[in-house]
Write a protein that binds this ligand. Structure first.
Ligand code: NAP
Length: 466
């Protein structure tokens, strides 16, 4: 048997998580010519692609076309997909150590951050991430219920997820019916009574986390007017100076869109999406039945901190907006994995350049991370490409330095047998392709991109394994 990484003794890698960071791990390994790598990708869901399937907005199909590149990686004969197999339930760290030389976690950031204000647990208060997963047909969220009989909704945060949620709430049924939104969400949104959507930023438009194409789209909705007051669109002197000095064109573009919206008049569309800046929620107010009825806001002023950043502080002025539904959209958070060092405050795996470390910063042999679970929930899909490349380079460097696990059963057959013994309903890539083909076929019948299966049992039925 040759060295590890030779044709007769390939490097065996387990990839935990099948989102963009997982697939960019595969494509980056495939670029290392001369290195023979055999990769098994695990996902707790039967379907691959992580947030490309369950996070990217259903009306942003172009962004979802990256999966064609992932399909190409999956065609490599040294790649296998083990879907419906959960790390920590079906397979454990000891299993991975005895079957692989290296393990990389690409599990993303699955939960949301809290606001930490009174009333956050009232009925009608939700995380945007739950709503996004629900309308995108993630099986774990298919049974959630959102009270869309409410006329007024607040979304806290001004990142792209907040924009996605505002856009979905602002679109008409005919706009939504062209998407691959889950059928249950389409049905619920068909009866939506939502009229007023408030998107609330604690800082000003120059500090918004949304990006220009997304804020531009808000002004193009068929039946919703976008509203910004001239006071809200005006930049404070520090932000104006910062924007002037900055080379970040996104900030200038964002501010230009917001200012253009402030000059618009209402056109009589049946809904409004109102952007408010320099307001921080301090409490969700509820009624006797425990349901949210209003959001209490502290008005802020911008100031420049010693480190130069523009921050917000309360002016003492307060206001209340009556709303029956609140979505907090203040960022995602990673979830700790069994036997993997985790930084609680950051919500990500402890690592250096993708090498998992102890809390003291010492590398843990054989373990790696890429994507949001490595660097936190920032950047666009493509950011994960360079992120995975950095980690894969470390993995190759460590292999050359002899730093890896010494598996007792490194053969592909041994891993397959283990998985089947633990999860007979494991989904292969060709199983997924059969599910995919059926979703596309059903979509074709309705002139939609696809109709998603939103239940694992239905997916198994489709494969004749019900
Ligand atoms: P994000 O971009 O980090 O935005 C979070 C927002 O929440 C910011 O406006 C932040 O304001 C605000 N915030 C944080 N804590 C708050 C608090 N306590 N009170 C009030 N506001 C608070 O997060 P995201 O929207 O979840 O997006 C995650 C990543 O996915 C981003 O990189 C995003 O660009 C990406 N994404 C991209 C697309 C797309 O390309 N179309 C779509 C969806 C998501 P401060 O700035 O003041 O902290």
């Amino acid at each position: 048997m040759g060295n590890i990484g030779s044709e007769s003794n390939p490097l065996r890698v387990a990839i935990i998580g099948s989102g963009p960071a997982g697939f960019y791990t595969v494509s980056n390994f495939l670029k290392h010519k001369g290195l023979h790598v055999s990769m098994d990708m695990y996902d707790r869901l039967p379907t691959p692609f992580g947030l490309v399937r369950a996070g990217v907005a259903p009306d942003h199909q172009k962004d979802k076309s990256v999966t064609r590149a992932y399909d190409k990686s999956a065609r490599n004969p040294n790649f296998r997909f083990f879907g419906n197999v959960k790390y920590g339930e079906h397979i454990h760290m000891d299993d991975l150590k005895s079957h692989y030389h290296q393990v990389i976690f690409t599990t993303g950031a699955q939960v949301d951050r809290n606001l930490g204000i009174p009333g956050e647990d009232l009925g009608g208060s939700h995380s945007a991430t739950d709503f996004v997963a629900w309308y995108n047909g993630h099986p774990d969220f298919a049974d959630l219920d959102f009270d869309l009989s409410q006329e007024s909704v607040a979304i806290v945060g001004i990142g792209n997820v907040a924009i996605d949620v505002a856009r979905i709430l602002g679109k008409t049924v005919s706009e939504l019916a062209e998407t691959d939104m889950a059928d249950h969400a389409l049905e619920a949104l068909r009866d939506s009574k939502v009229k007023n959507v408030y998107v609330l930023g604690r800082r000003g438009p120059a500090q918004a986390a949304f990006t220009p194409p997304e804020i531009k789209e808000m002004g193009e909705l068929e039946d919703a007017d976008v509203v910004v007051s001239s006071e809200d669109a005006m930049l404070d002197p520090a932000s104006a100076a910062e924007m002037e000095a900055s080379s970040d064109r996104n900030v200038t573009k964002n501010v230009a869109f917001v200012q253009e919206y402030s000059e618009r008049s209402l056109t009589g569309k049946s809904r409004t999406v109102t952007f408010r800046f320099l307001v921080s929620p301090t409490e969700l107010v509820g009624d006797d039945s425990g349901k949210v009825t209003a959001i209490r806001l502290a008005k802020n002023e911008a100031y420049q901190d010693e480190d130069g950043s523009i921050r917000a502080r309360a002016t003492g002025e307060v206001e209340e907006i009556p709303v029956g539904l609140v979505f907090r959209s203040v960022g995602y958070r990673g979830v700790a994995l069994p036997e993997v060092p985790f930084h609680e405050r950051w919500g990500s795996i402890e690592n250096a350049l993708g090498r998992v470390t102890t809390s003291d910063g010492d590398p843990v042999t054989g373990l790696y991370a890429a994507g949001w679970i490595k660097r936190g929930p920032t950047g666009v899909i493509g950011t994960n490409k360079t992120c995975a490349q950095e980690t894969v380079n470390c993995m190759v460097e460590d292999l050359e330095a002899g730093k890896h696990f010494t598996p007792t059963a490194p053969s592909v057959d041994a891993a397959e047998a283990l998985v089947l013994s633990r999860q007979p309903d494991r989904i292969s890539y060709s199983d997924w392709q059969a599910i995919d083909a059926e979703e596309l076929r059903l979509g074709g019948e309705q002139s939609r991109p696809r109709v998603k299966f939103t239940r694992v049992a239905k997916m198994l039925d489709q494969l004749g394994r019900g």
